[in-house]
Design a protein around this ligand. Structure first.
Ligand code: DC
Length: 203
């Protein structure tokens, strides 16, 4: 069984994807980490993340690379958003994600284009969302030293970049179930996600 979980930054999609993977005993890939790795590698090499050819030179995913704690930083997220606009970068990461999705037994993948591009044939697709204000509040709770207004502005800029790009923009697949987590606790959101997957696979 392949489960695709898409949605904007801080929507809860990562937490939900991990919980679904644990519930169904499936391997999980956070595909945002791939773009974060490319963004960080591009910056470390002194190359320009806004230049397609330069970013495309840094797309090799070597073992252990995705475990680098640096990939979790806000700056890595921002670099990821910049390199992920480039079709050559997306093309270079395509096979890795497809292979992960199609391993025997299935998998859970979360990202922006799993249900639309990477695994359109997924057995269940969830599109996780929450208002920009709620998502900014969540980020602020994680790091209370950061400025709430700056976090909100960053989230809005990232949404605009992810949804506005021409290559695989962030959008809900037609056959995806929408889950708005704005007013849900993590436990309630996970429960709802499992119920939506169950309903899909029973159809
Ligand atoms: O989910 P995240 O915050 O780790 O993602 C970081 C950036 O990577 C995000 O701004 C857009 C990009 N991304 C993408 O374009 N496609 C994916 N499948 C996953 C992430």
């Amino acid at each position: 069984m392949i489960i695709a979980v898409d949605g904007p930054a801080a929507s809860g999609k990562g937490t939900i994807a991990r919980a679904l993977a644990a519930h169904y005993h499936l391997p999980h890939l956070d595909t945002g980490l791939l773009y974060r790795a490319v963004g960080v590698a591009t910056a470390r090499a002194g190359l320009n993340p806004d230049d397609e050819a330069q970013a495309a030179r840094c797309t090799e995913i070597t073992p252990g690379l995705l475990d680098d704690p640096e990939l979790r930083s806000e700056s890595a997220g921002s670099l990821a958003s910049r390199v992920s606009r480039h079709p050559a970068v997306r093309a270079a990461l395509f096979a890795y994600q497809q292979d992960f999705a199609h391993q025997s037994g299935g998998a859970v993948l979360d990202g922006r284009d799993i249900g639309t591009v990477i695994a359109p044939e997924a057995d269940a697709k969830l599109f996780i969302t929450a208002s920009a204000e709620v998502r900014a509040k969540r980020r602020h709770l994680e790091d209370s030293h950061a400025d709430y207004a700056a976090i909100l502005a960053d989230i809005q800029a990232r949404d605009a970049r992810d949804a506005g790009r021409s290559a695989a923009p962030l959008r809900q697949a037609e056959d995806a179930d929408l889950l708005d987590t704005s007013d849900l606790t993590i436990a309630a959101a996970v429960q709802r996600a499992i119920a939506l997957v169950e309903a899909r696979i029973r159809r």
